[in-house]
Design a protein. Structure first.
Length: 147
């Protein structure tokens, strides 16, 4: 999941916000999974979330299979860490927005950014900030830990 946020100047606690999102999402997955299995949330034990992570396919950890930390109540939904970047200027903002839009294409989930239904590109096209014909092929730049 990728996001660009503007945080309040007096409360820049990025980590706590991601922690809250991850906790709520994981809880929702547990509740939905329980309801789908005929269980009543709060009355039946929650079903187990995925307890194994797949083998990493690319990057510096390719070929490794990370273990879960059961003592930390980890489940195989989220990666352990995140990358935080402070946007420097309008060009940096635009580059990171393009990165968010093209990431589902990069990972083979869709062929064009507009095909991803959860993308903010739909809002930005509607507001006239980007052309609907924006192509993932026009994506350039170094991001993440490489930059």
């Amino acid at each position: 999941m990728h996001a660009i946020w503007t945080l309040p100047e007096d409360d820049p606690n990025y980590s706590d916000r991601w922690g809250a999102i991850k906790a709520r999402f994981s809880k929702h997955v547990r509740l939905k999974s329980a309801a789908g299995a005929g269980r009543r949330p709060g009355f039946s034990p929650a079903p187990a979330l995925p307890n194994e992570l797949p083998v990493v396919q690319s990057g510096r950890y390719a070929g490794l299979k990370p273990g879960l930390r059961k003592d930390k109540r980890e489940c195989a939904i989220w990666q352990r860490r995140f990358w935080e970047h402070h946007i420097r200027d309008e060009a940096d903002y635009a580059a990171h927005m393009r990165y968010c839009w093209t990431n589902p294409v990069k990972h083979g989930l869709v062929s064009q950014p507009m095909d991803w239904p959860y993308s903010s590109i739909h809002r930005d096209v509607r507001l006239g900030h980007v052309d609907a014909a924006f192509s993932a092929n026009s994506f350039e730049g170094q991001f993440g830990e490489i930059a």
